[in-house]
Write a protein that binds this ligand. Structure first.
Ligand code: FAD
Ligand code: NAP
Length: 731
């Protein structure tokens, strides 16, 4: 009877007291829930596994004992891989992830894990997921919990990558073999893999089953899925239901539970809380007023301060999201020579109100303009402690909180743990302990992580908590610039750079009495309101001075229109994902004007939004491109208007998403890609849209060429290799 190949991976552990073993066992146990099969072995059972032949990803969980020694049951393994006679490509086929357990109170923290990792890399193995080194000195779970959380996606991606690498390799083998010996049989390895995919009569738990069966890592019932996935050859993973964020009032949350208070059993439970993060910085103030310029603080060579010369609201009426187009005047920055397809970073400050509230909470109103000096604590036990390099010495307190720390970041459990020590109210202390405890993990996810609660909001909810400044500097991440795609071409708008963004909005929830906006999008919005934004009116009539922002270019040399203008290309960009394609089309329009005799390939754009009259971004400009012949095929779908017309029951249902529209043009699209050497570009949301588009392209190739999943994967892998299938996507 046919059966499904379950993608397989390997878990190897070396454990002295059983902790690494129990983590490895729990990974193996959980594998089934993710649609995977795990082979679990202790490192000393070398008769049960063979890294030399292993073709699946390998996860190592290893502790360190004594003075940096491997656990007893990993000694032989470590000795084996340390042999000098092993060649540098001994493990070049191997993909690995490693979790090391150790304790910084002892010498040689995580030495066994570090030794294994170093040797794996020296022998050619590749890491598929960042290594976690968990420290018992501060609480192993601080590293283990997030590491385990991210592991599953990493394994699935590694399996997918291995599958596409193998298909690409196979494709190459077929071609090589066909060229060398036209009549010869296919190479052995290919025959084996094809037989697995074609016949599907393999053993599900077979030791060295190929990871080929993976085609999709999203739930089967996603609304974005085309529903075309072939159940006979693809393995569809299911994901656990996500906890609902901000769900006070939702049926499954008891009435009194909130960010600030819990109910039994949690409120009565004894708690396992992480160890206190070791403080390592001393902060002092110097009573000299400082007033730095942002440009000094950001300290980036290629930073430009540019005026916003125009702002237009692109969305209309009661659109779900507010979309703005901003234009920057870059005439004073001759080296900002961007190309369509490039992005650039916007450096935004924290909100003055947030900074002010924080200064009050820290009790530092009188020092806010004083210079801050940061040094390492002489008595710190934290290993490898360093003064953070992203904070300039002698910066004023206001500038530090405004430009250097992500005070809107989601508080980590270590941060909550550290706050406990600075909270006077016993009820609030208890709740902070719960939120960072093992028992309170669900509450942490619900009230902190899934609600995107910020550090400022957390402090507002726990008024008796007064952390010292060094704690914030030690535990908060650096304030990051936000990237945006250029939505213009310099050929059409010399000395201008345009971009478009949707305002990010976070709804009210427990701990956030009123909704708030994203940091950068909210800041940009406030900068241009009320002076510049006029729906449907492009030019500013305001006499206010133009606001300026700091930007830096992030060239993306691979996401460019085809260098040969005669090549046909397809662009897919729903929502603000259309941004770079406006630049592509402006460029094309100008090139056509400059060189009317030249041969130009056809251009296709698949755009999607919710409503024709509310969020059809760049509608006029796109229609003008069509009129001028710059854009040959404009295919737009409206996700909230796709249902059948009730008054005309015979009408066909409209496509909902860009990928549904792609299906309607399956023949033309596949022809462009498979026969005309054309290009396809995808921009926008990585989490759902780009995955669904990829899946749809796979299905279209299957249908068009009448081939199986494997052949379709090969075709897509080849398009990527040839850089004719290009993505600029963001999760
Ligand atoms: P923050 O305060 O940083 O909050 C963002 C957080 O909110 C995220 O962590 C996310 O978890 C959550 N969130 C919820 N919904 C959304 C949503 N719809 N978008 C973003 N975050 C959400 N954005 C554009 O609008 N236009 C562009 O052209 C564009 N180009 C980009 C190019 C690249 C290469 C990358 C990496 C990103 C691009 N982005 C673009 C995203 C942009 O950089 C910002 O992340 C986004 O504008 C939110 O910034 P913020 O500071 O307002 O939100
Ligand atoms: P949006 O307005 O939220 O959505 C645009 C359209 O896409 C809507 O009609 C939406 O429909 C639809 N959609 C939802 N799920 C989909 C799916 N699975 N497949 C296809 N379409 C789907 O989009 P946005 O906010 O502008 O942009 C999306 C993201 O891309 C943002 O996070 C933005 O920051 C990012 N972005 C990245 C880049 C880059 O990396 N270069 C550039 C621009 C934007 P419904 O809502 O009705 O379901």
């Amino acid at each position: 009877m046919p059966c499904e190949v379950k993608p397989r991976f390997v878990v190897l552990y070396g454990s002295q007291k059983g902790q690494a073993q129990s983590i490895a066992e729990s990974i193996a146990d959980e594998a089934k829930e993710h649609g995977l099969v795990a082979d679990l072995c202790c490192l000393n059972q070398n008769e049960k596994y063979s890294l030399e032949k292993e073709c699946a990803p390998v996860v190592f969980v290893v502790s360190t004992t004594g003075d940096g020694e491997p656990p007893d049951n990993a000694l032989k393994f470590v000795k084996r891989i340390k042999k000098k006679t092993l060649s540098p490509d001994h493990y070049k086929h191997l993909l690995y992830a490693l979790l090391g357990l150790g304790d910084t109170n002892y010498a040689n923290f995580c030495n066994c894990g570090k030794t294994i990792e170093r040797r794996l890399q020296e022998l050619g193995a590749k890491q598929f997921y960042p290594t976690g080194y968990a420290d018992d000195g501060v609480g192993l779970e601080l590293v283990i919990d997030p590491w385990l959380e991210g592991l599953w996606n990493a394994i699935k991606s590694a399996l997918s990558k291995m599958a596409s690498d193998m298909t690409a390799q196979l494709y190459q083998n077929v071609e090589d073999s066909a060229q060398e010996k036209p009549d010869s049989t296919l190479p052995d390895v290919q025959l084996n893999l094809l037989s697995i995919a074609d016949k599907q009569n393999c053993e599900p738990d077979s030791k060295h089953a190929s990871p080929l069966a993976i085609s999709d890592v999203r739930p089967a019932s996603s609304p974005g899925s085309t529903g075309l996935a072939s159940q006979s050859t693809s393995t569809v993973f299911t994901s656990a239901p996500k906890t609902q964020a901000c769900s006070e009032g939702a049926p499954f949350v008891s009435l009194a539970a909130s960010l600030r208070s819990s109910l039994p059993p949690l409120s009565e439970s004894s708690l396992n809380i992480p160890a206190l993060p070791l403080p390592y910085l001393d902060v002092t103030f110097q009573e000299a007023d400082a007033a730095e310029q942002a440009v000094e603080i950001l300290n980036k060579e290629t930073l430009y301060q540019v005026p916003i010369s125009k702002a237009v609201q692109l969305s209309k009426g009661d659109s779900v999201k507010t979309a703005l187009l901003l234009e920057l005047d870059i005439s004073a920055c001759p080296s900002m020579t961007y190309q369509p397809g490039d992005s650039f970073d916007v450096f935004c400050p924290n909100r003055a109100e947030d900074v002010d509230q924080l200064v009050h909470r820290l009790g530092l109103q009188d020092q806010k303009n004083h210079r801050v000096q940061i040094t390492l604590r002489e008595d710190t036990k934290k290993k490898g402690a360093q003064v953070p390099s992203h904070i300039p010495q002698n910066i004023s307190l206001l500038s530090l909180l405004t430009w250097c720390l992500e005070i809107r970041s989601i508080p980590k459990k270590a941060f909550l743990r550290a706050l406990v020590e600075h909270t006077s109210d016993s009820g609030q202390r208890r709740r902070l302990q719960e939120l960072c405890s093992k028992q309170g993990a669900a509450d942490y996810n619900l009230y902190v992580r899934d609600s995107s609660l910020s550090v400022s909001e957390l402090l507002a909810a726990f008024p008796s908590c007064s952390p010292p400044l060094n704690l914030l500097i030690e535990l908060l991440p650096r304030l990051q610039p936000r990237p945006y795609s250029a939505a213009s071409s310099r050929l059409k708008h010399p000395e201008k750079l345009r971009f478009v963004f949707n305002m990010v909005e976070f709804p009210a929830c427990s701990g956030r009495p009123a909704g708030r906006r994203g940091l950068c999008t909210g800041w940009l919005f406030d900068l241009v309101i009320p002076g510049l934004v006029f729906p449907e009116k492009a030019e500013s009539s305001s006499s206010l001075p133009l606001p300026k922002i700091h930007v830096s270019l992030r060239p993306n040399c691979s996401f460019r229109p085809p260098s040969d203008p005669s090549v046909t290309f397809i662009m897919i960009g729903p929502g603000t994902g259309v941004a770079p394609f406006i630049g592509f089309l402006q460029q094309r329009e100008e090139e056509k004007k400059e060189n009317p005799e030249a041969e130009f390939g056809e251009t296709w754009l698949f755009f999607g939004c919710r409503y024709r009259d509310r969020d059809y971004l760049f509608r006029e400009e796109l229609e003008d491109f069509v009129s001028s012949g710059t854009l040959n095929h404009l295919k737009v779908c409206f996700s909230k208007e796709h249902m059948k017309d009730e008054e005309e029951p015979t009408s066909a249902a409209q496509p909902r998403y860009v990928q549904h529209n792609l299906l309607l043009y399956c023949q033309q699209v596949t022809d462009i890609l498979l026969r005309q050497n054309g290009y396809i570009y995808v921009c926008g949301d990585a989490k759902n849209m780009a995955k669904d588009v990829n899946e749809t392209l796979m299905e279209m190739i299957k249908t068009e060429l009448q081939v199986d999943q494997l052949e379709a994967m090969k075709a897509l892998a080849r398009l990527r290799e040839e850089k004719r299938y290009l993505q600029d996507i963001w999760a």
